[in-house]
Write a new protein. Structure first.
Length: 100
């Protein structure tokens, strides 16, 4: 299961500064009871994992399995384990969720 995630920035100062920049992938989205950062996410093996696609190098078809795993591991910027933690998520549309 893969899609988009809207998450609040943990850094309030960064959220204000980023809000002034032009909208781009990973920029803050407004109009959702505050400001959220858009991230790509995937649910895998009981974990919600997210990353900013503008900051990572995606694996290619010609990469070896080891190189592919290394690139995938580097791109992770955050994770919630549903095995250890309770988490609330809200559906925004058919491909986007938000973590309040």
């Amino acid at each position: 299961l893969q899609g988009k995630l809207l998450k609040k920035s943990p850094n309030a100062f960064k959220a204000v500064i980023t809000g002034f920049k032009a909208r781009s992938p990973g920029a803050l989205i407004t109009g959702f009871k505050g400001e959220y950062q858009e991230r790509c996410c995937i649910v895998r093996e009981g974990h919600l994992i997210w990353w900013d696609p503008a900051k990572v190098q995606m694996p290619t078809a010609s990469d070896s399995d080891t190189t592919r795993r290394q690139k995938e591991a580097v791109q992770v910027q955050g994770m919630i384990s549903f095995l250890l933690n309770r988490a609330k998520v809200e559906k925004v549309d058919h491909e986007t969720i938000k973590v309040p």
